[in-house]
Design a protein around this ligand. Structure first.
Ligand SMILES: Cc1ncc(C[n+]2csc(CCOP(=O)(O)OP(=O)(O)O)c2C)c(N)n1
Ligand code: SF4
Ligand SMILES: [Mg+2]
Length: 297
């Protein structure tokens, strides 16, 4: 993680495009907390790349002042992986929604964890497909009525935290976009972690999810730190992650491995052997490189 030499305020991480999310959308809090975290860690905008998929949440890179890629549905992680491998000096953040990351793109998360790609993955989990106007998502609760499940959801929701823990993720956290201060701390931990870090964020869709509202969360949220949870205890993290449903919603740092695995960039012989690949000579002449590049344009 590179650091800025000048002091930057959270507002310095705002792009000149104002967010077009519905008023009250949880994604405002997700963006706000990320701006604060980068400011507090003094990571300069030109050293950050935010990569997203498709969805309301995936519009986030456009509103954040840094390099950004608004990619394909479910594919922020492969793109983020490529960027990190090409330039290990960059702070690479993958973002998107629950449909994007836990539906169509789920396998990418598991493999990136297995490889321990050094990126932070922020999932704006509103338990619905927002952009496509309110269909059931992989994290919609059982029996939830949505546009595509008028009689109630008959499928068990996916548990992203348990999946991440089981795959070997060394930093697993969940926040709530209605608690920006708390979320900022979870992001800071994730950005400082060398390896794959997952921050799942409950980020209410005020337009299409009439069930999991801010009030619904506020009545149920319990913070792990208030429960005396030890984030170095893997079994306790699994036990806490198991608790999803209607009664209690747990947020906080579930797990941080006290003996984290080295990230991919330290293990790959070529990448580990010197400066970022983008800063190394190509080993071929410009004349040889030009036709290869033209093929990609
Ligand atoms: C390959 C592909 N399949 C389906 C779609 C249609 N689509 C766009 S966004 C989306 C789901 C968005 O849900 P989520 O990722 O949870 O984001 P949200 O809008 O809720 O933030 C779908 C199914 C698409 N764009 N591309
Ligand atoms: S539809 Fe839902 S997720 Fe999309 S911008 Fe509006 S409130 Fe946010
Ligand atoms: Mg969603």
């Amino acid at each position: 993680m590179a650091t800025a030499t000048v002091e930057l305020k959270p507002k310095d991480y705002k792009s000149n495009i104002p967010p077009d999310w519905c008023p009250g959308c949880g994604d405002f809090g997700v963006l706000n907390a990320l701006q604060r975290a980068c400011s507090e860690l003094k990571i300069a905008p030109h050293e950050i790349v935010v990569v997203s998929g498709i969805g309301c949440s995936s519009n986030l890179p456009g509103f954040f002042r840094a390099y950004g890629v608004h990619g394909l549905h479910g594919r922020p992680i492969p793109v983020a992986t490529g960027i990190k491998l090409a330039n290990k000096d960059l702070t690479v953040i993958a973002t998107g929604g629950d449909g994007d990351g836990y539906g169509i793109g789920l396998s990418h998360m598991i493999h990136a964890i297995r490889r321990n790609v050094n990126i932070t993955y922020i999932v704006m989990n509103n338990q619905i497909y927002g952009l496509t106007t309110g269909q059931v998502s992989p994290t919609s609760l059982l029996n939830m009525k949505t546009k595509s499940t008028p009689k109630g959801n008959i499928e068990l929701p996916i548990n992203p935290l348990m999946l991440a823990l089981a795959a070997g993720c060394d930093y697993v956290a969940r926040g709530f976009s209605g608690d920006i201060k708390h979320l900022t701390e979870l992001y800071k931990g994730a950005l400082q972690h060398r390896g794959f870090a997952l921050v799942d964020v409950f980020s209410p869709c005020v337009t299409f999810n009439r069930y999991n509202t801010y009030d619904w969360f506020r009545q149920r949220i319990k913070k792990l730190e208030d429960k005396g949870h030890d984030p170095t205890d893997f079994v306790a993290a699994m036990e806490e992650a198991k608790k999803v449903g209607d009664e209690e919603v747990t947020i906080g740092l579930f797990y941080r491995n006290p003996n984290p695995r080295p990230p991919l960039e330290d293990l790959d012989e070529v990448i580990a052997s010197g400066p970022p690949l983008v800063k190394r000579p190509l080993g071929i002449t410009n004349a040889e490189a030009r036709p290869l590049l033209e093929e990609l344009m």
